[in-house]
Design a protein around this ligand. Structure first.
Ligand SMILES: [Zn+2]
Length: 1021
């Protein structure tokens, strides 16, 4: 399967069951499964009626009482299958919300042997795995023939790999198929979209019956297929003439009527572990031939495609031939007679591999068409011939295949041919390898990567691409650069020869590579493959010992002895020389001779080792500040440059009611890739106050190995103006905050809940009103100090995200205590359709141990600018009072009521709950809030404690970015009587009925969620 980086994503279930019981780690053995199927396609109801016979040969030293058989079409049957659940975890909800008519299944099973019925049942809760009990135990070295009819309702081809789009059929993972039984026991694998297969080798003999005007591509060679070959050759002629005339309509994807006459095509193949077929009446056909490099044997290549990307498919025979040639050259000779690629819009990645035949999704460009075809054809080697357990060791097929694919693309295309640019990042011409390295670096730099050796189902979707494919693919290039191409190819050929048509595991691969290269490669096969240790070498110092001798001191921050290359470079005449040195741990000194009078030494000059910090990889032979790099300014965002320290800049424009327009500039050292030390300064000039405002930030990240995955020490300072009374008097406020954030280690990055602890010490210098509302009001300076502890637990469930936050705040100014309060916020969301529309529930409970005045209390309405005493949010008019419209800006905090009143301020406790129901398709919903708080009622008989109950509901409009509300406008329509009665702002208004409907509205702008720094930090790993 190919992995697409086009998507900008940039998710307890263990899919692998070991039956370790009494089986000893005996010598290697391999079962044989020969399969015979007769199948008939019904293209009106999109179903298959079939009869199957399996000859199962037990080459194991054990007797078998039962055989585990996969029934993978049942993965599409309901929302409780392993695939449906795993897809939802990955954020893919199509199958979860699909109507029954779009789903698929397998039934009509009746397993028999010797005409006697066999008992069978599902394996545990998996309806896509069966345990078939044999009437007599199958002894070692005996065979048994098992037969069954079966019926498959094909699902709509939008979920995973099996299905139909109209009358285009992708018939894959479609028949009852025994699981692998090897030295580790049975391997029952529920079908998954992320995570592939493990199957027994054997022969396939399949007869397919369908209307005769279908073009059919399949695993295996046609038996007595002269008539069908003539039919295909006629199609080739037609296709050639369309090619020459250019006379096709890419938008015409209509299906011709099915012929009344049926044909039966018979396919046969030896030494394969799967059988797939693809049928489409619209296919154009091209045929080619490639001569294999070693034996000069000729292999036929076929391409079958629709009008959709006809222009790209025109050249597909070249890609099929080249891929077959180079994989034969680099890995081992292709043992079958044909290689076929068919056009299909499958939903699991850009393409999918089966023996002899691959299906290719939309490619959009010739470059990526070649890349996807080559990748999928390449799976004939890494999967097809070298049949590793893909579910457990996905890197041995996807990753090693990516190595060869990248080598092919680098050899065939010059960097300039590749127009893969991410405009804003100014990273043109990176090539596929560079792009994959970036994807790896994005998560590795923030310590959210996962090891290469791990079960496929345990990866986050992003890491499945950037680790299994990317890090492995680039890693094998690193190993090749270290061993040298010739020795590396020798190792790969030795691996192919020893393990073709077998089930190699990681140890088998390591053993062949070490035996052939006569080197200890545990740094690669253990540290690089099985851990998340990063590679980071740096220069410490350099001493010139003689004219051509340099003493270099290096440090390995890596923790494992990975070999590295050191290049001496003479920048004046562009000469360079590269030496590989064996890995070491800690510091080392070495003396290098270089006759080229180097101006610089560079570690890993050609980007082979995936070094995590390229900024310490260069040292100059001249000057005192040998490691000092010149500064370079760059717009917005980019990549680290090993020769220059980059400072990024971006223009800013801000506005608030007091500072008015504020042009400014943000200067920072990184936007996309996390750095240990990060800083940002963003000065802004206030046109209103003729002053410099702005924000400055500094973060230092640690990545401890135990308990926490990241600890951040940070400082943030910000200062702007606020006003009092209609904005006449303006005063500066200054906030200084130091914080420690602890992101606790998760058991699984994919699905364990997140635990975060944050400790903050905050100093606020602002002004408070000292007198009454006179004009201009008198204000006095206040310096206040706060300590805040936040603890948040958040799950990663895509359909039902929930979180709990606990908060304690202590605050005082120079003379007195201001606040001591505790609060708990709970959030729960239930997404009810595939557009992720949902119902949201929120709960808030707060208790004040002490408050000096109402500003530090709890508010039934969320905090506004005035009550946001920690200056945590951005308000357009921080202290604007009613009736100024800016005073209607609120936040979903505290009681979360959405009605613009000063109702319900509590200096004791508060309880509130909010519900929001989103309406399908439109950005509108309904909301309701309930809450309760105590107050003191002064009556003629004295003071009386009273508990108030409030209610409020209405409609809202909401704009979201990354599933988070960035703008919300809330129209309260119904509210409890006490809200109406307690309404009073200023002197003249007595009840809410005295203000207009528009003035009761509240609005929310979530500035924090539109901050690009925050958006990037929030990207799921
Ligand atoms: Zn693949």
């Amino acid at each position: 399967m190919s992995f697409s980086f086009k998507k900008p994503y940039i998710f307890l279930f263990v899919a692998f069951f070991f039956f370790k019981n009494s089986i000893s780690q005996s010598d290697y053995f391999q079962q044989k499964v020969d399969t015979y199927i007769e199948v008939k396609l019904n293209d009106l109801e999109h179903s298959l009626s079939a009869y199957e016979e399996i000859v199962y040969t037990n080459n194991s030293p054990h007797s078998l009482d039962s055989i585990i058989v996969h029934l993978w079409p049942n993965a599409y049957k309901n929302i409780n299958t392993a695939m449906a659940k795993h897809d939802v975890e990955s954020g893919e909800t199509k199958i979860r919300f699909a109507p029954a008519e779009q789903r698929g299944y397998i039934d009509s099973l009746d397993f028999k042997s010797d005409n006697k019925r066999l008992k069978w049942h599902y394996y545990k809760d998996n309806i896509d795995i069966a345990v078939v009990h044999l009437n007599q135990a199958l002894k070692s070295s005996e065979s048994i023939k098992i037969s069954t009819p079966f019926y498959v309702k094909l699902p709509k081809g939008i979920f995973s790999r099996l299905g139909h789009i109209g009358q285009s059929y992708q018939v894959t993972q479609w028949f009852p198929k025994p699981a692998v039984f090897d030295k580790n026991g049975w391997h029952p694998l529920p079908y998954l979209s992320q995570g592939e297969f493990y199957s027994e080798f054997g022969s396939y003999d399949v007869k397919i019956t369908l209307p005769e005007n279908y073009v059919l591509g399949a695993t295996g060679d046609l038996v007595n297929g002269e008539e069908e070959i003539d039919f295909l050759l006629h199609k080739v002629k037609e296709t050639d003439s369309i090619k020459n005339s250019g006379n096709y309509n890419m938008y015409d994807l209509s299906f011709p009527e099915s012929s009344k006459n049926l044909k039966t095509l018979h396919f046969h193949q030896e030494n394969v572990h799967d059988f797939a077929w693809f049928a489409d009446k619209r296919y154009h056909v091209l045929k080619g031939e490639v001569e294999l490099p070693e034996s000069k044997r000729k292999v036929t290549t076929w391409a079958m495609f629709t009008n959709n990307e006809f222009d790209l498919w025109e050249k597909s025979i070249e890609y099929l031939n080249d891929a077959t040639y180079y994989y034969s050259l680099w890995v081992g000779e292709y043992p079958y007679n044909h290689v076929t690629a068919v056009d299909g819009s499958i939903s699991a990645g850009g393409g999918m591999e089966y023996p002899n035949i691959t299906v290719i999704g939309e490619s959009y460009s010739a470059y990526s068409h070649d890349e996807v075809i080559t990748h999928e054809v390449g799976h004939n080697w890494y999967y097809g011939i070298l049949g590793s357990n893909e579910r457990v060791n996905a890197w041995m097929d996807e990753g090693m295949n990516t190595y060869a694919e990248l080598r092919y693309m680098e050899q065939k295309y010059k960097k300039d041919d590749i127009s893969m640019s991410a405009g804003l990042l100014s990273i043109d011409n990176l090539g596929s390898k560079g792009l994959m390295n970036l994807a790896y670096q994005f998560n590795a730099k923030r310590n959210q990567d996962q090891p290469i050796q791990m079960g496929a189902s345990l990866y986050t979707p992003m890491n499945y691409g950037s680790i299994v494919y990317g890090k492995t693919g680039i890693g094998f290039h690193y190993l090749m650069a270290y061993l040298g191409e010739e020795l590396f190819d020798k190792c790969m050929h030795a691996y192919f020869d020893k393990w073709k048509f077998k089930h190699p595991g990681p140890d088998d691969l390591q053993q062949v590579f070490e035996e052939t290269s006569k080197k200890n490669l545990s740094w690669f096969f253990h540290d690089f493959i099985k851990t998340t240790k990063k590679i980071d070498y740096k220069f410490q110092c350099l001493k010139k010992e003689s004219d051509d001798q340099y003493k270099l001191k290096l440090k390995n921050n890596t923790g494992f002895p990975a070999p590295i290359s050191i290049t001496s470079i003479n920048k004046t005449n562009n000469e360079s020389h590269t030496t590989w040195i064996e890995g070491f741990i800690g510091d080392t000194s070495l003396t290098l001779s270089s006759s080229i009078k180097p101006t610089h030494f560079i570690i890993d000059e050609s980007n082979q080792s995936m070094d995590i910090d390229k900024t310490n990889n260069v040292i100059s032979t001249k000057g005192i500040l040998k490691k000092q790099e010149p500064l370079k300014f760059a717009f917005l965002a980019g990549l680290d440059d090993q020769n220059k320290s980059k400072i990024y800049y971006a223009p800013l424009l801000g506005w608030n009611a007091y500072d008015k327009l504020m042009p400014g500039i943000a200067l920072y050292n990184t936007l996309i890739f996390e750095k240990k030390m990060e800083w940002l300064i963003a000065p802004m000039f206030s046109i209103g106050n003729k002053s410099i405002n702005g924000t400055a930030k500094f973060n230092y990240h640690f990545y401890p190995k135990q308990i926490a995955s990241k600890i951040t020490l940070g400082y943030k300072g910000s200062s702007y103006y606020q006003g009092f009374d209609a904005g006449e008097k303006q005063e500066r406020w200054i906030k200084n905050e130091i914080r420690t954030d602890v992101k606790f280690k998760e058991k699984s990055i994919r699905n364990s809940p997140l635990h975060n602890l944050s400790l903050k010490a905050i100093r606020i210098d602002d002004h408070i009103l000292s007198g009454n509302f006179i004009d201009p009001p008198e204000t006095e300076n206040q310096t206040s100090y706060f300590g805040v502890i936040d603890y948040t637990i958040k799950n990663k469930q895509f359909l039902t995200p929930k979180s709990i936050s606990l908060r304690y705040i202590y605050g005082q100014n120079i003379t007195e205590q201001l606040v001591s309060s505790f609060s708990l916020t709970g959030n729960y969301r239930l997404n009810y359709n595939s557009d992720l529309k949902g119902i949201e529930l929120r709960f808030f409970g707060g208790y004040n141990f002490y408050t000096l005045n109402t500003r530090y209390g709890f508010f039934m309405k969320g905090q506004d600018g005035f009550s946001d005493y920690l200056y945590e949010r951005t308000y357009l008019g921080r202290n604007k009072y009613f009736p100024n419209a800016l005073s209607q800006q609120s936040s979903i905090s505290h009681g979360g009521f959405k009605i613009n009143t000063p109702l319900g301020i509590s200096d004791r406790w508060i309880l509130a709950s909010n519900i929001k129901v989103e309406i399908p398709k439109i950005p509108i919903g309904v909301f309701a809030d309930i809450g309760s708080y105590p107050s003191i009622l002064i009556t003629s008989s004295g003071m009386q404690n009273k508990v108030n109950y409030l209610f409020n509901s209405g409609m809202y409009f909401s704009l979201k970015l990354n599933k988070k509300e960035i703008l919300g406008v809330y129209l309260p329509l119904l509210y409890s009587k006490n809200i109406a009665e307690t309404y009073s702002y200023g002197q003249s208004i007595e009840t809410i009925n005295d203000i207009s409907f528009l003035q009761r509205i509240t609005f929310i702008i979530n500035f924090n969620e539109i901050n690009p720094f925050q958006i990037i930090k929030n990207i799921a790993p």
